[in-house]
Design a protein around this ligand. Sequence first.
Ligand code: GUN
Length: 282
Amino acid sequence: MTGARMDGLVVAERVKTEAAEAARRLRGKGIVPCLATVLVGEDPASAVYVRNKHRACAAAGVDTQDHTMGIGISQPELDSLIERLNADGAVHGILVQLPLPRHLDEFGTISRISSAKDVDGLTPESAGLLAAGRARLVACTPLGIMRMMDHYNIGLEGKHVVIINRSRLVGKPLYHLMLQRNATVTTCHSRTANLEDICRSADIIVTGVGNGSFELTSGMVKPGAVVVDVAINRVDGKLRGDADYAKVLEVASYVTPVPGGVGPMTVAMLLHNTLAAAGHGS
Ligand code: GUN
């Protein structure tokens, strides 16, 4: 069997078009949707991610505030910036780019964000609501994966979904989203025993290791399974995911490429969440 490529660029474009239409409608009602980003320090990868988010917002008609802070910012200064953005009626979404420098308290900082503006779905309140089946704003990458599943008409009910990632940004929220769609979900991580066997039992594998320590080979994939690759590994200056893409495509039914798979969906869903936050109560 030869599988099909799941094209994140195509699906992301559709989400962005919907976001632009929603932005136009809100502007027509006098609401100018606005995302505030907070970037601390000079990590080049984080700076690129934030720049891409600003560009996507501009293209969709979403205003942005760029709060790029020096690495020397103190915790109280960062806290008061978050409080200011919480109180700013012109700001609908707040995104603190992670990771923060080590001297800052990541959990404490994120926890301060008003859950109504938590477009990353990372506050304890957002995470708790998702776990309770009452999600408001959900982390962008898992939301993007669900959107891709729906776009390609991939049924989830009764399917065994294996997620190789347990982060707050990807694995944990995705677990709940898949469970709510009646999938049977297994979360795997670096200490999981018999990972290869578990993968072979999966109807859908979502892999997001991304540190070069793991490769999802075709031998770990059941014929006809779906493979979603969330990882970004830099190898010889090129981006690649966890999966051996060409070989896995020979056994799977669908595979997301890297780049051009889940990555573009993350930014598109950030627009979606910002518009949802801006539209709430309008
Ligand atoms: N760093 C890497 N991915 C993300 C993301 O989705 N949101 C935030 N805030 N930081 C990140």
